[in-house]
Design a protein around this ligand. Structure first.
Ligand SMILES: N[C@@H](CCC(=O)N[C@@H](CS)C(=O)NCC(=O)O)C(=O)O
Length: 222
């Protein structure tokens, strides 16, 4: 059994994707809390030692450092024969949603949430632009889940694991009222959370948290 170490910070939905996949595959990992808030991932030392792309998460597999959540999910799905879909069509569809998630859904929700909740004085125009983009992406998801229980096929895949991540954090962070405005998407999140061994991000990834300025009422809420 490989030994895993996951470099993360608790608010990192990309880390949650990887940590949750390991857990659902029954693989223990050592959590390596990273001081993202103080800028450690921007230092040359960290980039040379841990990830030249300057990003969290990093998954160490027997000491080998792997980055980018999507290829990591694909690798784990392949290795453990779980959540990787059946046949070429499903595998293609999984890749399609993973690319869309990285480029659009997670990419924008992560940025919006970070600015909105974890930045002291976010720029209102920037928030407005990001929110409008996300509303369109959420409408894409909503149409999908009005007719499908899962992103691909008839059961949980890594496409679901990837896309659910940032949406599953508290509303006071991402700011969207999913049950009211995107009920099929909210129902999909509830469905996923019933998977055996499922765990919420902040229960899976412990440690010091970033200050939530939105919760403290100090942010320009959009
Ligand atoms: N596509 C990457 C995205 C990773 C990513 O953007 N991570 C965030 C933290 S969750 C980060 O390190 N951001 C630093 C930056 O954008 O400079 C993945 O899926 O792993």
């Amino acid at each position: 059994m490989p030994s895993y170490r996951l470099h993360y910070f608790p608010e990192s939905g990309n880390s949650y994707k990887v940590g949750l996949m390991l857990r659902l595959c029954g693989q223990p990992f050592e959590p390596v809390w990273t001081d993202f808030g103080s800028g450690v991932t921007w230092t040359n030392e960290w980039r040379e030692r841990v990830n030249q792309m300057g990003e969290i998460p990093v998954l160490e597999e027997d000491g080998r450092k792997l980055t980018q959540s999507a290829p990591i999910l694909l690798r784990l799905a392949d290795r453990y024969g779980r959540f990787g879909g059946q046949g070429d069509e499903e595998k293609f569809a999984i890749l399609r949603w993973l690319f869309w998630d990285n480029h659009k859904l997670s990419g924008y929700v992560a940025t919006y949430r970070y600015k909105r909740a974890f930045t002291p004085n976010p720029e209102p125009q920037e928030l407005h632009f990001l929110k409008k983009r996300i509303e369109d992406f959420l409408s894409v998801l909503e149409r999908r889940f009005e007719k499908n229980d899962f992103a691909v096929g008839r059961s949980l895949t890594i496409a679901d694991l990837s896309m659910q991540s940032y949406l599953s954090y508290p509303k006071d962070e991402h700011g969207f009222d999913l049950p009211a405005d995107y009920p099929a998407t909210a129902a999909w999140l509830d469905r996923l959370a019933k998977t055996p061994d499922w765990i919420a991000a902040y229960d899976l990834l412990p440690g010091n948290r970033l200050k939530n300025h939105a919760l403290a009422g100090q942010s320009v809420l959009q």
